[in-house]
Ligand binder design. Structure first.
Ligand code: NAD
Length: 362
């Protein structure tokens, strides 16, 4: 297995592998870039079929966090960690404590938050062994409501704001608070997708949903009046907005030609099968809200958890996602180039030319 020559390596600053036979922990921490501050990103637990697959995932996700935090104007770098194992079978308190000690051994270079396969409760167990976890403090959330530290509500709200921006640019709707009659298809109505669906419904949109977890889909149907559709239909409906909020790699050579929605704006990470697919979407006339821009609400929320701020400050920062997207959409139109390309360039400007001394308290 190659590391420095790995196709996803992209000049990562740091990569650590940890094995603890006593607890069964096998984990990797990847730190892509710390020019804006310590690397903050989720700790994912997943039953990877190979070490190669785990390494590829952590490198891609870690790099993505550098871009996400830079575009959200946070004093944070990009990093991510993965635990190799099935969260439903292999997760034990001892394993999580071992992960906490692994985090501690890096002395704050990387701070872990929740991700797929890990919960607030899991991060709290890790926090017994290290200070370097985030997304664990009960406090008023960005909306002033009690929050467990789960970043999903802020992610959902940021995605909603991003959809408002996309609708303004592509469909020319002038009042972003009035989405009456807007049709939206949501793939995945879990923690983020369901909350996004609620925001959209409250603004007057009509919803179509699909989720492989039928209880989640039924909740959206029963509580929000959404229409349930099949796995084969959800990406190809003639709706105004397609909001992917499940897993990644949704947009590829097979799916894009069949899509009808003029806007793609959702919270899922790594939506494009490969980076060039933003060009394919753009060529087809589809306005794509780059995933790492529109789904930054959670990292913004977690950042403020560490430094402390009033809910109104957090909310206003989450709402700035709409301004960033406005700029990206405008530049894309002016320069006749895909939105993903523009977003990458904007992020690179922000982390490559940032003074390295910025630090948040560990
Ligand atoms: P979640 O696990 O709570 O929800 C995901 C939902 O998608 C689940 O209900 C699952 O059953 C469903 N799903 C999985 N595969 C599917 C498929 N092929 N088709 C339809 N449904 C499918 O996760 P979440 O926290 O809501 O995150 C959703 C996405 O947003 C993920 O890609 C995540 O990486 C990304 N994201 C989440 C946050 C956050 O704050 N939670 C922040 C940034 C990005």
């Amino acid at each position: 297995m190659s590391v420095f020559t790995h196709p996803e390596f992209d000049n990562h600053e740091h990569l650590s592998f940890h094995c603890d036979p006593k607890t069964g922990l096998r984990a990797i921490i990847a730190v892509h870039n710390t020019s804006r501050g310590p690397a903050l990103g989720g700790c994912r637990m997943f039953p990877y079929s190979s070490e190669e697959e785990a390494l590829t995932d952590v490198l891609r996700l870690s790099r993505g966090m550098t871009y996400k935090s830079a575009l959200a104007n946070l004093d944070l770098g990009g990093g991510k960690s993965v635990i190799i194992g099935n969260p439903h079978q292999h997760k034990t308190e001892a394993l999580l404590e071992s992960m906490g000690r692994f985090l501690e051994s890096l002395g704050g270079l990387y701070i872990a938050a929740e991700d797929s396969g890990t919960s607030v409760a899991d991060l709290k167990v890790m926090a017994g062994c290290t200070d370097y976890v985030a997304g664990v403090s009960s406090r008023p959330g960005f909306d002033g409501k009690p929050s467990s530290g789960d970043p999903s509500p802020a992610t959902a709200y940021g995605t909603f704001v991003g959809i408002q921006s996309a609708v303004k640019h592509k469909l020319g709707r002038t009042d972003p608070d009035d989405l009456e009659g807007l049709s939206v298809a949501i793939q995945g109505v879990g923690n983020v997708g369901y909350r996004l669906a609620r925001h959209l419904k409250d603004a007057g949109a009509s919803l179509s949903v699909f989720d492989i977890h039928h209880d989640n889909m039924n909740r959206a149907v029963d509580e929000l009046g959404a229409t349930a559709v099949s796995a084969d239909e959800i990406l190809f409906l003639p709706v105004d907005v397609l909001a992917p909020c499940a897993m990644g790699a949704t947009f590829n050579d097979e799916s894009i030609p069949r899509m009808q929605a003029p806007i793609v704006a959702g919270a899922a990470n790594n939506q494009l099968y490969r980076s060039g697919h933003d060009y394919t979407l753009w060529q087809k006339g589809i306005l794509y809200a780059p995933d790492f821009v529109i789904n930054a609400g959670g990292i913004i929320d977690v950042y403020y958890e560490r430094i402390g701020a009033e809910p109104a400050v957090v909310r206003s920062h989450v709402e700035s996602i709409g301004d960033t997207l406005d700029e990206i959409f405008a530049r894309s139109k002016r320069d006749e180039r895909p939105t993903g390309e523009i977003a990458n360039e904007l992020a690179e400007e922000r982390f490559e030319h940032h003074p390295a001394e910025v630090r948040i308290p560990g």
